[in-house]
Structures are given as C-alpha cells and as structure tokens.
Write a protein that binds this ligand. Structure first.
Ligand code: GLN
Length: 474
C-alpha cells in the first residue's frame, strides 16, 4: 500500500524511478481517498473521468525511460485556470458548462512534464472572497475541522492537498488567495513575484495583482513546482525575463525585518501573537538577525486594495455579457439580455465588487478614489523598497487568526476583508510571499494550524525557499 500522507513531489520521483509503484497504482490510491473525503470537504467540483487513462499514458512513457521531475504528479487545478477541452467555471453560475478552448501557459508547461490532472478545485466565485463560501457550488470545508472554512479563494485547491486528495495544486493569489487558505489548512502556499508566472489562461480578477501560485506540503515541493511553471511568456506581456530585477543573493547571515506596528492593526489574539513571537525566536535561533522595521504607509493597504481590485474587476468582468461565454438569459432587447444574464449569473459578492469598481472609476470619483489609491500604491512600494535596503526578508503572520467557522463572517463583508490585512501588501507591491506552517492554536479542543508569511524583494523567491526550508527542517 502506498502511504500518500508521507509522499512529496521529490520522493514520488524517486519511487517512480525505482519502480516501487506505477502511476496507475498511485492514481487509484488518490481516487479512493478523494471518494472517501470529498463528499464532506467539497474540495473538488469535478474529478476527471480519464485519470486512469492519463496514468497509463504516463506509465508507458516511464517504462520507455522517459521520466521527468514532475512525471505522474497528482495535481488539482483551481477552477479559474483553463485546460483545453475541460470545463472551467470560476465557481460561477455565469460560466456553467463553459469548456476551455485552450491551455493556460502553466497547464501547457505541466502537460510537458507529464503531470496527472485529477480534477477541478472549488473556489470563491471569480476568486472573490476569503472562505470559499462565495462558490455557487457550496463551501469547501476545512479538512482539519469540518465546522470551519478552508479559507479562500483557493479553498478547494488547498483542501485537496491538505486532505491528501492531491500531492500539489495550483491556485491564484490576488490579495492572499493562495497564502490565507494554506495557513488555515497547514500547507505551504506561494504567491510568486507579479509577472513571474504567466497569467495567460487564468480568468482575470485584478490584472495588476493576479498571480498563479503552487500549493504543496513542503517548501522543497513549492520550489520544484514554482520552477516548473515560472518564466517569461509571449502570451502575457507582464511576465518578465532574466535581468529585469536584480535578484537578491541567499546569504548565510540574513536580516529579518519585523514590522511590529503592523501587528497592532491586525487584531491578533494573544495566542496568535505568541505563535508569531515563537517563530521570530526560531528564526533568531537559526542564526538570523532580527530587526524592527517601519512601513509607514502599509496601514492604507486594505483601502488601496479594495479600490484598485474592484476597479479592475469591474472592467475584467464586463466580458461576461451572455453573448460570448456561458449563461445567456433572453430579455426583450440587447440591454435586457445583458441585465438579466449578469443579474442572474453573478453572485452577490461579485455584483458588489463590480458596483464598487464602476463607482470608483466613474467621472468625478476617479480622482478621489482610483487615482488616490494609485498614488498610495506607489508610496507603499517605496516603503518596501526602503525596508529591503536594510533587511533581506520581512515576516508577518499570514492571517490575524486561524480558520473561522463556516457562516461566521459571510454576512459581514468588512470583517472578511480585514482577514487580508497581512497578505494584500505583497500583491500591491508585486513582491513574492510564502506562507509556511508555524504551529497551531487550540480552539474548542481542536488544534488549528497557523502560518508565517515571509516576503522577499521582487524575483527573490530563492530566499523564501531557503528560509522556509530552514524553518521546517527540510
Ligand atoms: N480575500 C481577498 C479578496 O476577497 C483575496 C482574493 C484573492 O486573492 N483572489 O479579494
């Protein structure tokens, strides 16, 4: 019997090389586990019917000596990333039954590596949310405590990995959607540098913030998967090539910046604060120098994010007009078609953001909101630039607390937006950030995982992996 709870991408490759088991045998174990757990967790919206056929094709190649670092990797893909010929809905009614006409660049790269696509992972509708409660296909539950959310918006992708329903997955991160659920479910989630991974074939939310990121059980696996999907792409002009950013060196004695003043605004409980202080002590004991830093404008991050992101959402989602994609509802004339399709196709949170975005961009308000937010975005970037001239990495908790109860925050959007307080700055500035498990807190007798967020300068993911591996003893 294959023990998938111990498996990593790294060890899988060795097992397959040694002929310990076939990809088909591995696929059967995962499918069985998914069959047992998914009805409760709802991580997957669809398990592909051709998983075993895919496995046989890969096994044949391996037998012929053609084995790649990711061969046979059982992976889950967030429902907003296109796979040619397969359904992709962004967990929205408006895209029900939509079949992708091409492969996203990340998928093309994974196909070249012979990965095993298990299925389509649940998410908040169009990636808007932090609990996967905005999916029209039902909430994804936290595999560690089924009364709690898995986080979001990549809740399905993360829960799939956390319940051993996939060895790794891809999510998207616009304001924390890879890192926050990873922290809630005890796995590793990376938001790469903006432009480090192609967005071609990712359904756009906030185009100046969106990035696809890997979700894995170990930091080593995060690095392997990131290296497989990254790189400049002619289909996405915001991807960058070599030499654009001066990459930071991994030094043996690095300086860790801690913006303690940010923690005061985060609403941390004593238990979470204690967990964070323990992480700092661990870093110190690993030989890192700890330095308090100030990021004077970071307190505006949430306000900036919740203006820029809806502005971009409102223009990106204009394309779902009932004519080109998915749902179409007939009205008396073209305008009524649009109104009815969008009114019935989009959920409440998506409509809220389109309305806010349209408002902040409208003549008369653009200067007061959108343009002011752009100015502050620049200020926040300058704060980070200055900080990174003194320190190598910056750490914060990933989230203000552990996974919350299903239904606890969904009727209070502001309290849900506050969950993103530590994660949105990295998206605003475009720097890479990783969430690594940092221990747990006890709530109602259950041990709930927490995450430590590590941020580095643009294109310096290497440093995140280095520090992450040290923290997790990999
Ligand atoms: N929770 C954030 C939001 O609701 C982040 C979403 C994301 O990163 N896609 O916008």
């Amino acid at each position: 019997m294959i023990d998938i709870s111990k498996l990593t991408i790294q060890s899988l490759n060795k097992h397959l090389k040694d002929g310990d088991f076939s990809v088909r045998e591995l696929a059967e174990v995962y499918l069985e586990n998914i069959k047992n757990k998914n009805p409760d967790v709802n991580a997957y919206l669809e398990i592909y019917s051709d998983v075993l056929e895919q496995a046989d094709v890969i096994d044949k190649k391996i037998k012929a000596g053609d084995i790649k670092p990711l061969s046979g990797l059982p992976i889950a893909i967030k429902d907003n990333i296109l796979i040619d010929g397969r359904v992709a809905t962004s967990a929205s009614k408006i895209l029900k039954g939509y079949v992708a006409p091409y492969d996203a660049t990340v998928i093309k790269k994974l196909k070249e590596q012979d990965v095993l696509f298990l299925g389509r992972a649940n998410m908040d509708e169009f990636a808007m949310g932090g609990s996967t409660e905005n999916s029209v296909f039902g909430v994804t539950k936290n595999p560690i405590d089924l009364s709690r959310v898995a986080g979001g918006s990549s809740g399905g992708s993360v829960a799939a990995v956390s319940m051993d329903g996939a060895l790794a997955s891809l999510g998207s991160d616009t304001g924390g959607s890879v890192r926050q659920p990873s922290s809630f479910c005890g796995v590793v989630g990376l938001k790469p540098t903006y432009g480090g991974v192609s967005r071609y074939g990712l359904m756009a939310m906030g185009s100046s913030l969106d990035v696809i990121g890997p979700i894995t059980k170990t930091v080593t696996d995060s690095e392997i998967l990131f290296n497989a999907i990254k790189g400049q792409d002619p289909m996405d002009s915001t991807t960058y090539g070599e030499g654009i950013y001066s990459q930071r060196e991994v030094k043996s004695k690095m300086v860790v910046g801690v913006p303690y003043h940010v923690l005061e605004n985060g609403g941390l409980s004593d238990k979470v604060r204690k967990n964070f202080d323990e992480s700092i002590e661990k870093l110190r004991s690993l030989g890192y120098e700890i330095k308090e830093i100030k990021l004077p404008n970071i307190e505006y991050s949430l306000a900036v994010y919740y203006i820029l992101m809806p502005a971009e959402v409102s223009s990106n989602l204009a394309r779902f007009d009932g004519v080109r994609f998915g749902l179409h509802v007939d009205g008396d004339n073209l305008l009524q078609d649009y109104l009815k399709t969008k009114g019935q196709g989009f959920g409440q949170e998506v409509r809220r953001r389109i309305l806010i975005g349209t408002y902040v961009l409208s003549a008369g308000y653009a200067d007061a909101y959108y343009n002011k937010a752009l100015v502050l975005r620049q200020k926040i970037s300058e704060d980070f630039e200055k900080a990174f001239s003194e320190v190598d990495i910056i750490v914060t908790p990933t989230t203000p607390g552990p996974a919350f109860k299903i239904g606890e925050k969904i009727n209070d959007p502001l309290s849900l937006y506050l969950e993103d307080v530590f994660t949105v700055p990295a998206n605003i500035v475009g720097i890479p950030a990783i969430s690594v498990p940092s221990g747990s807190v006890e709530e109602e007798g259950v041990s709930l995982p927490l995450g430590l967020q590590i941020m580095a300068p643009h294109n310096s993911e290497k440093i995140l992996f280095e520090v992450g591996k040290k923290l997790l003893n990999e």
